[in-house]
Design a protein around this ligand. Structure first.
Ligand code: ATP
Ligand code: MG
Length: 319
């Protein structure tokens, strides 16, 4: 679907994307996460050919973007919808005309446009606002109009650049639900750029973490958030203060066992005590997963690791 290899890009002397390699699968919701200035928007713009690049390759829907001429780029962009933080609606046009715009540009008939716009208004739940102007809409409603407009040409890919950053938490939730619905119902592959971890955890199956144009993490979000390596910890601003004495063991509870009383059961059955020194339960997509660090006496390490291995489905590592 999207295959990026060793992509590097400079603005003047500044390297803003540094050797990015990334594959986005058909039908997934993929997140690009990073602090301000990390290069997220630039990476998105390389995907739809709005931005050139100096090194590497970007292949989208089977086409090498840097080899496309203007008409090839136009055709590619018609297959890629895009939404933004500031909605980018035309204020002097009503909701219907805003959504209809891409189809008008591509010269579709009035009937075709009408049918498609009505369908999309229904999908985004704005049938009643058809003739209203943007200034009369809430932020969430404006983003729904922008989403409908991005879908008019039936794109295979939807790029979302901080689309929920200007919205309150409840509106964010409803927009994310709409994006999930679009992903499932229409099979659109979605790339979400965000600096909000909650957005990632809620909807993405995999994520790329960018820092100063470099990839510092890439993978399934369960892995990224619950078994973070050092770089990822720093990125998330999480510092584990673990005891120096004894042995620290990290337990990772996949969603099927996250609510089971494994730790207390283990303590009872082995008749041992230990300290829980760090822990969290997280909702990732619709799954609850957990991670816990326990501190044990050195002499009990063997019996505890043997128990974890043989009697539980917990994934563990000695730290
Ligand atoms: N047109 C441009 N000319 C020069 N430098 C640019 C240009 N666009 C972006 N940059 C620089 O490239 C870097 C990456 O910018 P980019 O907009 O991709 O970051 P971002 O991760 O999207 O940040 P934000 O979260 O603030 O939107 C920044 O240092 C920025 O100043
Ligand atoms: Mg940006």
């Amino acid at each position: 679907m999207i295959d990026i290899k060793h992509l590097s890009k400079y603005f003047n002397d500044q390297k803003v994307l540094d050797d990015i390699t990334l594959h986005v699968n058909t039908g997934e919701i993929f997140a690009i996460v990073g602090h301000s200035g990390a290069g997220k928007s630039t990476l998105l713009r390389c995907i739809n050919g709005l931005e050139g690049f100096s090194e590497g390759s970007v292949n989208v829907l089977g086409q090498e973007v840097k080899h496309l001429n203007e008409s090839g780029l136009g055709a590619l962009r018609s297959q890629i919808g895009m939404i933004f933080q500031n909605f980018s609606l035309l204020n002097q046009k009503n909701v219907y005309d805003n959504i209809a715009l891409p189809m008008k540009v591509w010269g579709y008939s009035k009937e075709k446009i009408q049918g498609r716009v009505d369908e999309l208004l229904k999908l985004v739940g704005l049938e009643a606002k058809k003739c209203v102007y943007p200034k009369e809409l809430s932020g969430g409603q404006k983003q729904r109009v922008a989403i409908a407009r991005a879908l008019t040409l039936n794109p295979k890919i939807l790029l979302s650049d901080e689309a929920t950053s200007a919205l309150d938490p409840n509106t964010t939730k409803s927009i994310l639900e709409l994006l999930q619905e679009i992903n499932i119902k229409l099979g659109v592959t979605i790339i979400i750029v965000t600096h909000e971890m909650d957005v990632v955890k809620r909807v993405a199956s995999r994520a790329l973490l960018l820092e100063d144009g470099k990839v510092i993490g890439l993978g399934r979000i369960e892995e990224l958030f619950l078994r973070p390596d050092e770089k990822m910890m720093r990125f998330l601003g999480e510092d584990e203060e673990l005891p120096q004495e004894g042995v620290n063991i990290r337990l990772f509870f996949p969603s099927n066992v996250s609510y089971q009383p494994i730790v207390t059961k283990m303590a009872r059955e082995l008749n041992l005590n230990f300290n829980i020194v760090w822990g969290k339960l997280e909702k990732l997509n619709d799954h609850v997963v957990g991670s816990l660090v326990i501190n044990i006496d050195e002499q009990n390490a063997t019996s505890i690791t043997a128990y974890l291995q043989e009697k539980t489905e917990v994934i563990w590592e000695v730290l």
